[in-house]
Design a protein around this ligand. Structure first.
Ligand SMILES: Cc1cc2nc3c(=O)[nH]c(=O)nc-3n(C[C@H](O)[C@H](O)[C@H](O)COP(=O)(O)O)c2cc1C
Length: 291
């Protein structure tokens, strides 16, 4: 069995797998058949989204199988089933999230645990696609600049010293091939490779010296993502936005983020365009039981 394959006998050509792939790995060829881009398969993150949305189980990616790596949704309406059905949603209907829903999300976020006596993390909510679009050329240019740095051995050793070997490895192995594959260059009203066409972007940032702000920001973004999902919205945590914000003063100015703030993480959000048909099994690295 091939590692990447679309069964053209059963494929209905709906194109949803093409739309949800975060790395743009599928396309329709001149015969209107859905195919994988053979030359770009190294960009597959094995997320399984193309298979999770397929009505007819026709798509096969990264060696995953429907029997072994997916599960049917349960009928339950409890919190566990809610979590089972969450996915990182990257395709949205073209409209901003309602103020009422955003306020509900911000309320549950306010209930999240925090490391200091009070919340230190600020949230900037941009609920306007035009404003997001304005920032994208600068973000895209930042990633082009980063690619140049990553090809320079002196810059690589500075990054390794300042940010650690793990960050450098992520940049080299995960980010660089995506920048060079042109993923962050696409900037259209309805889709882009960074904010995925979203009309709603939340940025979680805090004063650089405030205690435990990074940990808190990750908890807050998780609360926001799960509340969004519980309301029928879709969301994806996006690390690309804060990385650019921390390096580009002009971007911070656009969103009114103070220069002495650390942007930790962001969340894109919207009304999902597509439904997932099944869940994707995720294996934890290792569970060490001590009983
Ligand atoms: C810290 C963090 C940063 C992430 N950054 C991005 C990002 O910049 N762009 C993106 O499309 N997805 C991003 N994701 C989403 C992951 O790709 C996604 O969670 C993963 O592929 C698993 O898919 P699932 O959430 O659908 O289970 C990020 C997730 C986390 C936790």
């Amino acid at each position: 069995m091939q590692k990447f394959f679309v069964n053209s006998d059963t494929c209905t050509k709906c194109g949803i797998c093409i739309a949800v792939c975060p790395s743009y790995l599928l396309y329709k060829n001149s015969d209107n058949l859905t195919k994988f881009k053979e030359e770009k398969l190294h960009l597959c993150i094995g997320c399984g989204q193309c298979m999770a949305v397929c009505n007819t189980k026709s798509v096969f990616a990264n060696g995953l199988t429907y029997e072994k790596d997916f599960f049917e949704f349960s009928e339950n309406k409890d919190f566990v089933s809610l979590l089972e059905q969450r996915r990182s949603v990257r395709r949205f209907k073209p409209k901003p999230v309602s103020k009422e829903e955003l306020e509900k999300i911000l309320f549950t976020v306010s209930q999240a645990p925090h490391g200091d006596a009070h919340h230190n993390v600020e949230i900037t909510v941009i609920n306007n696609r035009e404003k997001i679009m304005e920032s994208l050329p600068l973000m895209s240019a930042f990633y082009d600049k980063l690619a140049k740095w990553l090809h320079n051995p002196i810059m690589r050793s500075i990054i390794k010293k300042r940010k650690g070997k793990d960050t450098l490895n992520t940049l080299m192995n995960h980010l660089l091939p995506r920048i060079e594959g042109g993923l962050y260059k696409q900037i259209d009203t309805d889709y882009d490779g960074i904010t995925r066409g979203s009309h709603t972007l939340m940025i979680f940032h805090a004063h650089k010296d405030s205690e435990e702000h990074k940990e808190d920001a990750f908890i807050l973004v998780t609360y926001a993502m799960l509340t969004a999902h519980s309301l029928g919205l879709g969301a994806t945590i996006v690390g690309l936005v804060p990385a650019a914000l921390n390096k580009e003063p002009e971007l911070r100015k656009m969103f009114g983020i103070p220069d002495d703030h650390d942007s930790v993480i962001s969340l894109i959000m919207g009304y999902p365009k597509y439904k997932y048909k099944r869940g994707i099994k995720r294996n934890l690295k290792k569970i060490n039981w001590i009983t």
